[in-house]
Design a protein around this ligand. Structure first.
Ligand SMILES: Nc1ncnc2c1ncn2[C@@H]1O[C@H](COP(=O)(O)OP(=O)(O)O)[C@@H](O)[C@H]1O
Ligand SMILES: C[C@H](O)[C@H](O)[C@@H](O)C(=O)COP(=O)(O)O
Ligand SMILES: [Mg+2]
Length: 502
């Protein structure tokens, strides 16, 4: 069986092959083995590791060598577990990139999207191209950390020396195979792809001084990238592996792994970020979509992920980092439950929460500025975060219905945040919709499913999602009857008056 790159996958091998998903989110990474046995998807965690960025001389960098090393350690462990032959897919967070020189080597560490260098860049670029024009071309939300803005601020000397700009998962795949591509689901998050031409937008590239040749060719998810170059890593005992280009934007893989069925469902990929949206066939770039900052990220199988970025579990991750006592996430939930009721209205989508020095102080200062009760304890801070997130989810669901005209009667919450049963119920109550929770590792599931479809083990996305529904117990949360409209209206009025007072 030949694929587009001419790599032959012997049918016999495909049947005996195991599948390994490498999913690296902003806070953690994991390698998960997947196989189909007796009509069920069976998964086994091979390894899990921390991810995060550090500040070096005023710039926030990721440690990509650490990530590559963890991938190799995980693959070595898989072989030691008896998995001699596998396919491997890599997905990570979006927008960030590595600059590769003509010698094929990295020119500098990868800068984190939370770095302050792009704080004013949206405004700088507005001077010579209206946001509306960029949105009509790309359909992508305005986030200060989008690749277009990062490259605008990039070191020009480094850019001149750059042969290829590779997004993080594409760079990791390049390190393992020597093959460089721009996988398109993650490529869309650069805000440099023209959604109508299905290609890079030359005008936008020109505005930031980047040549199209400095990006590798656009590639659809579900293609075979190349063979793992085992001899490049003699210090590791690695399995034989074909690296598959999956939906390398982790959220795109999470959507593939969301077990939605039929119409009228939305997903919430709940991890470091909360990505809430629907899967559509055509982009929505209306005035309201622009005003409410919805994005049209490219999905697998030529779909569009029409979604909104909501500040997610980053908030509680940062509170956890700051508080002297080391709470587990379940402990935060238990403490939050002890606080009766909803105490503070906080617009956590305000950019001040993108990367403050001290998240606890930032939340407390916001509440002081708006003359609200200041949360002090772990429970009060967690209660504030979870309640406001639930309302932001509810508002986004109503906005999605208004903007797209699509009815949404159920929400699938997937990712680590789907383990938060209290927030799942809060979301059901405040949104007035049934909530289905799981899989907690939907991104890895979607990564595995794409590999199985690419190698012919599964027929298509419909069969793949049916397999997920057969394989995991989805927990359902029915909305309790509460006066949700009054609560949401009060929240919106409070946020609007706070923004007016700024
Ligand atoms: N048992 C749990 N209870 C509450 N929250 C949880 C639980 N497990 C995970 N989480 C939440 O999920 C988040 C991690 O989600 P994950 O999808 O792994 O993130 P990412 O992919 O961005 O690294 C944690 O920050 C935490 O807030
Ligand atoms: C910067 C992007 O908005 C971010 O990467 C988001 O798209 C995403 O993929 C986050 O995934 P996590 O698993 O880190 O929440
Ligand atoms: Mg994730």
């Amino acid at each position: 069986m030949l694929n587009k790159e001419g790599i032959s996958l012997d049918k016999r091998k495909v049947d005996s092959v195991s599948y390994i998903a490498v999913d690296i989110g902003a806070s953690s990474g994991r390698l998960i083995l997947g196989e189909i046995n007796n009509g069920k998807l069976e998964m086994q965690e091979i390894s899990r590791f921390a991810n995060g960025f550090t500040n070096q001389n005023g710039t926030s960098f990721w440690d990509v060598d650490h990530l590559l090393n963890q991938i190799l350690l995980g693959l070595q462990k898989a072989k030691s577990m008896g998995y001699e032959h596998c396919t491997v897919g890599i997905d990570t967070w979006a927008v960030d990139y590595v600059l590769v020189g003509s010698n094929g080597k990295r020119l500098r560490e990868a800068v984190s999207y939370r770095d302050a260098r792009t704080k004013q860049t949206i405004q700088k670029m507005e001077k010579f191209i209206p946001k509306k024009t960029i949105y009509e071309k790309t359909g992508i939300q305005f986030q200060p950390f989008n690749t277009i803005y990062q490259l605008y601020e990039e070191d020009k000397k480094l850019l001149d020396e750059t042969d290829k700009i590779l997004l993080i998962p594409d760079y990791l795949g390049y390190c393992l195979t020597g093959v460089a591509v721009t996988e398109e689901t993650n490529g869309s998050t650069t805000q440099l792809l023209n959604i109508h031409k299905h290609d890079f937008d030359e005008e936008l590239l020109g505005l930031i001084g980047v040549k199209k040749s400095q990006f590798a060719k656009l590639t659809e998810p579900g293609t075979i990238l190349g063979l793992l170059k085992k001899d490049w890593f003699p210090e590791f005992d690695l399995p034989d592996a074909e690296i598959v280009t999956v939906a390398t934007h982790d959220t795109a893989s999470a959507v593939v792994g969301t077990p939605g069925e039929g119409e009228n469902w939305a997903y919430l990929s709940s991890g470091t970020w909360s990505l809430l949206g629907i899967e559509t066939d055509i982009p929505v770039v209306s005035r309201q979509a622009l005003e409410e900052n919805y994005t049209n990220e490219w999905g697998a199988f030529k779909t569009i992920r029409f979604l909104k970025n909501i500040m997610g579990m980053w908030l509680i991750q940062e509170v956890r980092r700051i508080l002297p006592k080391n709470y587990t996430f379940p402990e935060f939930v238990e403490e939050a439950k002890k606080v009766s009721g909803f105490k503070q209205v906080v617009n956590f989508n305000d950019e001040r929460f993108l990367n403050p020095e001290n998240m606890v102080e930032e939340i407390q200062q916001y509440c002081r500025e708006t003359n609200q009760v200041v949360p002090e304890s772990a429970g009060e801070l967690a209660n504030c975060i979870y309640n406001n997130l639930a309302i932001l989810y509810s508002i986004a669901l109503d906005e999605l219905e208004q903007i797209t005209g699509n009815k949404i009667d159920r929400l699938h919450i997937v990712g680590g945040g789907s383990n938060n049963e209290w927030l799942n119920q809060l979301t059901a109550d405040l949104s007035g919709r049934n909530v289905y929770a799981g899989p907690g590792e939907a991104t890895a599931v979607g990564n595995l499913l794409m590999q199985m479809i690419a190698t012919g083990r599964l027929k298509d996305l419909k069969e793949a999602r049916a397999l997920v529904r057969e394989s995991i117990d989805l927990k359902m949360y029915r909305p309790k009857v509460i006066d949700r409209k009054t609560i949401v209206l009060k929240y919106k009025k409070a946020v609007n008056s706070m923004m007016a007072a700024k």
